[in-house]
Design a protein around this ligand. Structure first.
Ligand code: PLP
Length: 289
């Protein structure tokens, strides 16, 4: 029986070796804990194979560079470590979390060039991220927080510091009985959910925000490829809030979310229509093929 995430049986890969799950600890004076110098990946294994594994490892490296550190393990080494973690825990269908951060060391101020960069990988079984929303359509709140300008923060990094407003948005959403929140960006355009990208359907064509100030998700790119294969026109563009009223269908994409239909955003309603179902089912098939 699983306890808290710190209290489970199993192995975690940390800085080059597998250790006991409960021993995967860091010191209080870890730089990342104080200054958010941390990047991570969320990945899913299906039948023993991590979908787009290499792209995730490459993005981890890229995220680290975007926040000014270099991970001391190559992409190939990270790939091997992820497989080791799955095997050591006897997992085939699992969520994989890789995280890299500036650890404890000689520096405890904002600058931290001398502290070691750490890397850890854990994996566990994780079902549908939005519970039964997959069937009936998720209900989303509209967040008061805006995705920040790329001049404010490296918005394309999957970095811990970018998730502070996501956690606050999701807490506010859950308090209202919603599964998640949709966020606008700093200019007022529709951006994404707190951990997933967003798509809309109108008159048989698909519209999705231009990812110019948030993560261009790997699932998002996969789904755009699926739509193009089906010869469905995809408009990647800035979407104004007043357009929400005219969209007929909506779904979210993300490694954890997979393809999740959306039934409601604030006061706007969407049907879980044929295209949404087709893409959700097609994605399920693709990740297992
Ligand atoms: C803020 C945010 N946007 C989008 C995504 C979707 O990215 P991906 O499809 O690569 O998982 C995620 C999930 O990682 C996320 O956390």
């Amino acid at each position: 029986m699983a306890g808290g995430y710190d209290d489970r049986d199993g192995k975690i890969w940390m800085d080059g070796k597998l250790i006991e799950w409960r021993d995967a600890n860091v010191h209080l004076l870890t730089h990342a804990l104080h200054y958010a110098s941390s990047v991570f990946e969320g990945e899913r294994a299906y039948g023993g194979t991590i979908f787009e594994s290499r792209k995730h490892s490459e993005r981890l490296h890229n995220s680290a560079r975007l926040i000014d550190f270099e991970i001391p393990w190559t992409v190939d080494e990270i790939e091997a470590a992820k497989q080791e973690v799955l095997a050591a825990n006897g997992l085939t269908d699992a969520y994989v979390r890789a995280v890299s951060w500036r650890g404890a060391g000689p520096d405890m101020g904002v600058a931290s060039a001398r502290n070691p960069v750490r890397l850890a990988i854990a994996a566990w079984e994780w079902g549908a991220y939005y519970g039964d929303s997959k069937f009936k359509g998720a209900k989303l709140d509209i967040s008061k927080w805006k995705r920040p300008s790329p001049e404010t923060i490296p918005s394309h990094a999957k970095a811990a510091g970018l998730y502070m407003i996501c956690t606050m948005s999701k807490h506010a959403a859950e308090a209202k009985g919603c599964a998640d929140a949709m966020m606008f960006d700093y200019r007022g355009y529709v951006a994404e959910a707190t951990g997933a990208n967003i798509f809309f359907v109108k008159d048989g064509e698909v519209h999705t925000p231009d990812p110019d100030c948030f993560l261009n998700g790997i699932t998002r790119q996969t789904v755009i490829g699926m739509l193009e294969k089906r010869q469905i026109k995809v408009h990647q563009r800035h979407i104004m809030p007043e357009e929400l009223e005219g969209f007929e269908q909506c779904w979210l994409t993300g490694t954890a979310a997979e393809v999740t239909p959306v039934g409601q955003i604030g006061d706007y309603n969407f049907e879980v229509g044929a295209l949404t179902r087709d893409i959700a089912e097609g994605y399920e098939k693709l990740v297992r093929s």
